[in-house]
Design a protein around this ligand. Structure first.
Ligand SMILES: Cc1ncc(COP(=O)(O)O)c(C=O)c1O
Length: 435
């Protein structure tokens, strides 16, 4: 149930020429017809706040605090160490991986929850490079998320065997990426949805092109998993990583996930051979023997409280139709673009997100010279998005809890912020440690 492709900026806006009240009502009508409307109740959201930052930190699932409390007081407090077996704490990384798998088109045994996205990137970089030992190039784009770049450079340097990271610069499109894959490309490492612009790469197309040239692809799904339906299986994907705290709502610093296609699982040795990835962790053998399957990608003791939070967070997906998720994300972003351009004109800044809904994640960005101050002022007005260097106003639309009327209200508040030029006040120019 994908919507028809957009042919113009006004396409997403249901009632562009009505009175403001009628216009807003058209958004409420969309909410009334929204097949995912029931899911918002599964979250705790501050009254009056329009939270467009679920692509940075997902909202709090309603079931999470009680579940965490029970794990702390009962499973830890009363049952103590027995819970590793009795509550199957030891099985949580694989169980949660199996719950994430359908969101990304993987089979249950192809996903496991562990460590952070950065660490998983590193593990799969080292593991992936070993799958193509005769090749030396890791291909990416310069605009990829910094941790991806740093990890690539670090992995190449650490291996010390002449590997190099080739980061394409400029306005890199899919054709340019594909053209750069050659017989020396061991790994192509890409973030599917660009964290700044929201541009979405065609995962299946790039994977197929890389395979044609004998390369492996490592996808970063940080801004994909839980934002729209991903289909790693249909794409024949090799490796992927993703975040637990963005669209999966596992809480600040939640554990991440990694995906290794079944065909690579036994071939790829773990880069970090820790005891939890040993065939028999409690055999306490002198030598390392990797576990069969994905469990070998675990290194140390799993963080049970953080996993318990993610466990509860994943219950929000019960009964969610993923095609409706994709469709809603596209509709929310389309109407946000249409309304912002119609009501703010040049004051919105320059749209940097793709206009075609199929080429965009569930995120919209505008470039504006005063982006930082405007975003601070918007936050003060109850619209929480974020700022990204150098000049990006970034708005994320988590389809599980953002309503259509939130789009109308957010743009309405943005109009006020620009009309009053309140963002020029010095207090909106003070930067905290985290932007
Ligand atoms: C695309 C992308 N990859 C990786 C990360 C970093 O993940 P972590 O800090 O959890 O390791 C982020 C964080 O926002 C991201 O946006």
């Amino acid at each position: 149930m994908n919507p028809a492709p957009s042919t113009g900026p006004r396409d997403g806006d249901p009632a562009g020429n009505g009175s403001p009240a009628a216009h807003r009502q058209a958004y409420l009508d969309r909410d009334a017809a929204d097949p995912l409307a029931f899911v918002r109740e599964r979250f705790i959201l501050p009254a009056g706040l329009i939270y467009l930052d679920g692509n940075s930190l997902g909202a709090l699932p309603r079931a999470l605090p009680d579940h965490l409390q029970r794990v702390v007081t009962q499973e830890w407090g009363q049952d103590l160490i027995r819970s590793w077996n009795d509550a199957d704490w030891i099985g949580l990384p694989a169980r949660l991986g199996a719950r994430i798998a359908p969101l990304i088109g993987a089979r249950p045994h192809e996903v496991i929850v562990a460590d952070s996205t950065s660490l998983n990137l590193f593990k799969l970089l080292i593991g992936g490079l070993a799958l193509r030992p005769e090749r030396r190039t890791v291909l990416t784009e310069a605009g990829n998320f910094p941790t991806d770049r740093y990890m690539m450079e670090g992995a190449c340097a650490l291996l010390g065997r002449g590997h190099r990271c080739l980061a394409l610069t400029g306005d890199v499109d899919e054709a340019a990426l594909i053209a750069a894959i050659d017989e020396d490309t061991a790994l192509v490492v890409l973030t599917q949805v660009d964290y700044r612009s929201g541009r979405m790469l065609d995962l299946a197309r790039i994977t197929a092109a890389a395979h044609e040239r004998g390369a492996i692809v490592l996808w970063d799904l940080a801004h994909s998993a839980g934002a729209f339906a991903v289909d790693l299986g249909a794409a024949g994907a090799d490796l992927a990583v993703g975040c637990g705290y963005k669209y999966l709502n596992g809480g600040p610093g939640a554990p991440a996930f990694l995906y290794v296609a079944e065909r690579w699982q036994e071939v790829m040795l773990p880069a970090l051979p820790g005891w939890m990835g040993h065939a028999e962790p409690f055999g306490l053998e002198e030598g390392y023997r990797p576990a069969t399957g994905l469990r070998r990608q675990l290194a140390g003791t799993p963080p049970i409280l953080a996993l318990a939070a993610l466990d509860a967070a994943l219950t929000v997906w019960d009964g969610v139709d993923l095609s409706a998720l994709t469709a809603k994300g596209r509709q929310l972003t389309a109407s946000f673009i249409a309304l912002a351009e119609a009501r703010l004109g040049a004051a919105a800044g320059r749209l940097v997100a793709p206009r075609a809904p199929t080429q965009r994640g569930s995120q919209v960005s505008f470039a504006h010279p005063d982006a930082f101050a405007i975003m601070q002022c918007l936050i003060a007005a109850g619209v929480v998005g974020d700022f990204r260097e150098p000049d990006i106003l970034r708005f994320g639309f988590a389809p599980l809890y953002i309503r259509h009327v939130d789009i109308w209200d957010a743009v309405d508040r943005w109009v006020e912020v620009m009309r009053a030029a309140a963002y020029r006040e010095p207090r909106f120019n003070r930067r905290g440690a985290v932007t």
